[in-house]
Design a protein around this ligand. Structure first.
Ligand code: S3P
Length: 170
């Protein structure tokens, strides 16, 4: 016998450095449910780091892998789920989120630059972080808002406070 497919209790979206992993793990621990992260699923499935996938195969290929990872996670996971910061760029990935309790962890550009700095492990920030951050947020803000049921600002909050705000918002 099989029951209905599992559905995530919370899906966290938002830019790099918004605390999706930190807050996601914290929240899952508090709720006593599993935590899952599509970036980690992709690294495990591919056996290589995300920066390597970007360099060898390109961003488009990464987004395809990410779409498959999100599809698997939203149908097979009943806990807290975090997506990579750019997952919302892909229209099919956005469609997979429809009807789910998606929370957008938002972050101002200044705070994003402070938190992430020049980061070789994050291929989208490896050259000029402030300019790249501004462009990235201008291109993405409306997409985060489009998929989200609630927005939680993370700028002046600790991970514990962000977790509280998520529970209040849902
Ligand atoms: C990306 C964010 C990263 C990772 C990849 C691309 C993005 O995830 O998926 O480097 O496009 O914003 P995090 O948001 O978990 O750092």
């Amino acid at each position: 016998l099989t029951g209905p497919p599992a559905c995530p209790l919370v899906v966290l979206v938002g830019p790099m450095g918004s605390g999706k992993s930190t807050v996601g793990e914290l929240l899952a621990g508090r709720l006593g449910v599993p935590y899952r992260d599509t970036d980690a699923d992709i690294v495990a499935a591919e056996g290589r780091e995300i920066s390597e996938i970007f360099v060898s195969d390109g961003e488009d290929r990464f987004r395809e892998l990410e779409r498959a990872a999100v599809r698997a996670a939203v149908t097979g996971h009943g806990g807290v789920l975090s997506l990579g910061g750019g997952a919302i760029l892909d229209e099919s990935t956005r469609a997979l989120l429809s009807g789910l309790p998606v929370v957008y962890l938002s972050l101002e550009v200044d705070e994003a630059v402070r938190r992430t700095g020049l980061n070789q492990a994050r291929p989208l920030l490896a050259v000029n972080p402030r300019r790249q951050w501004r462009e990235l947020m201008d291109a993405r803000r409306h997409l985060y808002t489009e998929v989200a049921r609630a927005v939680v600002a993370t700028d002046e909050r600790t991970p514990d406070e962000v977790a509280d705000a998520i529970l209040d918002a849902l």
